[in-house]
Design a protein around this ligand. Sequence first.
Ligand SMILES: Cc1ncc(COP(=O)(O)O)c(C=O)c1O
Length: 408
Amino acid sequence: MKIIAGNPYLRKEAGKVLIDLVPIDDFLGKFETPIMIFLENKIRENLSVFKDVFNSIFNNKEFQTFYSLKANYLPDICKIINSERIGAQIVGLPELKLALKVGFPANKIIVGGPYLPKDLIEKSIERQVKEIIVYNLNDLEHINSIAQKFDIIQDICLRVNSNKYNSKLGVILDRKSLKMLSNLINKHRNIRITTVLSHYSSQMNDFDQYEKNIQAIAENIKNLSKINVKCENINMGGGFPEATVMPKNRLENIAINIKSTIDNLGIDYKSIYFEPGRYIVGDTGLFLTKIIKVSEDRWIFLNIGNHICPKFARCSLRFYNISQINEPHKYKTSIAGIIPTDQDVLAKNYFFTENLIEEDVVLVSNIGAYTLTFSNRFPYSLPKIFLVKGNNFRQIFDPSIDHDISII
Ligand SMILES: Cc1ncc(COP(=O)(O)O)c(C=O)c1O
């Protein structure tokens, strides 16, 4: 038995490739490529590892996970995640409605982002979500007046700037904004600042990045104390790579270092929150595609492209020639997509099989996070989407019936 892409749910056994326990030919014999597949058991495993690691290291604190829905908001995926009893972090009204519909309890939903339209604030307050996340101090006034209407004191999480070079997201607590914040909270009695959030980056492989994030949180907590705001909770955002890229022992190491850095900086907090997206779903998705053209200088064209597998998603893509799975993958090959532009490049100089043959099937792994989110409306058909669990699979999206993957 050989594991493919470091993912125990993708295996080669007696020359056959299995997706969880389903032979890959069960798909290829019945459906045209491109096919998108999600692995339910891997989603559950990722969630369980994440919770176990952080629960054991932050065992004397309240630790909570909020899945960042924007990573993948397919309802069937969200239902699986909700059934594992974690919370949800959402950025807009369509996501909020979806999160409530698939059963996330309102008191486990945190809502917010750079754009807080009135209907989003209203729905969040009416449904009594756990916290509203504010990136812009001007939003506090609106939240207060709506909270007043509902006779509620709304808990607020302040998204602070992570100090990452060039980052424009989040509040910078300098003298001027601290004064403004102090005035706002003295004047408005229906808001209460409970949490500080800093999200540093995506695909954070080095502890350095987590450390800088903690430093940003510590600095901002200190600044807030100057205006007598005492935050109970810290929220470190997301940014973990795919679970196969950051195996359990490395995640444990990161978690241990996070805990000791927080302790060394003397940060006093009741609860710690994380908002992983990619870690939970990134390595749970794969494409089955085929080579539609082989051209000079070892370029191959697949029947997917940046419209459905976008660069913006920043996936750690891995490519396997399923039709020649027993052959060594050690010959540099460049891989293009089917959008009619030279910019549609999926990988350059990627180690692949020596023989490049049209119609060969290629498995692309680690496409579970942000591919659908950042996909665009280039006029090709959307792929069929399947969910595999053990030796069963079912179709969760059929483009001829469901038409679109957007949420409304
Ligand atoms: C505030 C915040 N939290 C969580 C996430 C999820 O990040 P990831 O999917 O990298 O874990 C993001 C992503 O941009 C974010 O901005």
